[in-house]
Design a protein around this ligand. Structure first.
Ligand SMILES: [Zn+2]
Ligand SMILES: [Zn+2]
Length: 124
């Protein structure tokens, strides 16, 4: 059986991305955007198991198969001309971007799909 990911601290193994997302001990805690290289953006997960608590990251291309639309990975502009709601570069904010023109929007839409696949306790 193939192994998708092994926790570097507690050695728990997940055989697939789906299995990892459905593990209630997994907490989707952050999203690190790289405006100049959006295809390298990282999704950050914490393994909230006993004696663990380590955080690991996956490149966004691990998740693009879940995207509702193909992702273009446009570079961000950084400037104020962007009608972004301002959280597209905030690592701790996983909210969608409702801007029409922000290049971060499609990536943030993908975050919502990933969240919907998780069974983690909302109150955590
Ligand atoms: Zn672990
Ligand atoms: Zn935005």
């Amino acid at each position: 059986m193939s192994n998708f990911k092994t926790c570097s601290l507690c050695s728990k193994e997940w055989s697939s991305l789906e299995e990892l997302l459905e593990d209630s001990a997994m907490d989707f805690g952050g999203y690190q955007a790289f405006p100049r290289h959006p295809e390298r953006s990282l999704l950050l997960f914490t393994h909230k198991a006993d004696k663990c608590g380590t955080t690991f990251s996956f490149k966004i291309d691990t998740f693009t198969k879940f995207a509702r639309k193909p992702i273009k990975f446009s570079e961000f502009e950084f400037g104020k001309e962007l009608d972004c709601e301002g959280h597209c570069l905030d690592t701790n904010n996983l909210s969608p971007c409702h801007s029409k023109n922000c290049p971060g929007r499609e990536l943030r839409d993908l975050l919502q799909v990933v969240k919907s696949k998780m069974k983690a306790d909302e109150a955590a």
